[in-house]
Design a protein around this ligand. Sequence first.
Ligand code: NAD
Length: 310
Amino acid sequence: MTFQADLPSISGHRILVTGGAGFIGRNIASALVADNEVRILDNLSTGSRSNVPEGATLIEGDIRDDDALDRATADVDIIFHHAALISVEASIRDPERTHDVNVTGTVKLLERARDESARFVFASSAAVYGHPDTVPIPEDAPTEPTSPYGLSKLAAEQYVRLYADLYDLSAVVLRYFNVYGPGQLDGDYSAVISVFVDQAANGDPITVEGDGSQTRDFVHIDDVVQANLLAAASEDAGVFNVGTGESVSILELAEIVRDVIGSDSQIVHTESRSGDIDRSRANVSKLESDLGFEPSVPLENGLETLSGQR
Ligand code: NAD
């Protein structure tokens, strides 16, 4: 099942997707592989070989490795940079490693993009905002990340901006909110969805942390692919939120999942997680007006794509 809005046509290009063996990258690679030469640079630390779409070339290596970068970036026209350490918890345990992969790795890719005059699309995160003062969150809201992960994304974004200013690099930053869809890994962003779907499907109690009033903007992977293709096809620079512009509370999410699955699981409350962000919702008007984005997958429909795979 696909819900995609009209996607811009991108064809005849040599394209690199870093992190293309992971959840988001593989969906971008899949959307492009029929009409382009697609390479994936991935060290398979969380991604897997089976995610590499047929027709794409996997270069198994680290984004900080010069030989791997030589092979991955030769004569490339567009780089979608998605490889990263994405665990907030791991970043709190090991800030240095997170910085190394997410910041130094991005600078190395920016250097290659500069050499090749490639269009650069950078996967950033709503984690750059920390605890927002107001929702929906516009792109010019204060950025006060609460983890080394969020800070690494903000630092990498600033490098992207500086390369655009200093070296005229054609580059764009996409700040994803909570991306979900088939094939997502358990992680910080949308793991709650997989957990609820499993609990509802098994008839187990659905466990909501705290009172469930925390809100999130869950954006379906098809819409994230849409945003990436629009960003690559345009010459726009700058920073764009990628979400739906709508939010749902975790308690509402539990109820929707239960309905979609047709389960009679009870909803129970467990202890709340300390430091959790209370409210999150993207203002996506810039993405809509400048790039022509239209969120196309309502949450209920998106959840059906997940329940179908179980
Ligand atoms: P993922 O873990 O599924 O994908 C990341 C990929 O990068 C994996 O395949 C992994 O093997 C690879 N990788 C990690 N370190 C590497 C390295 N040093 N060299 C080469 N490859 C490496 O995560 P995802 O959810 O697909 O996230 C993709 C990007 O989107 C990340 O940059 C992440 O920060 C960003 N993002 C994701 C979400 C979300 O909701 N999933 C939200 C905001 C931002």
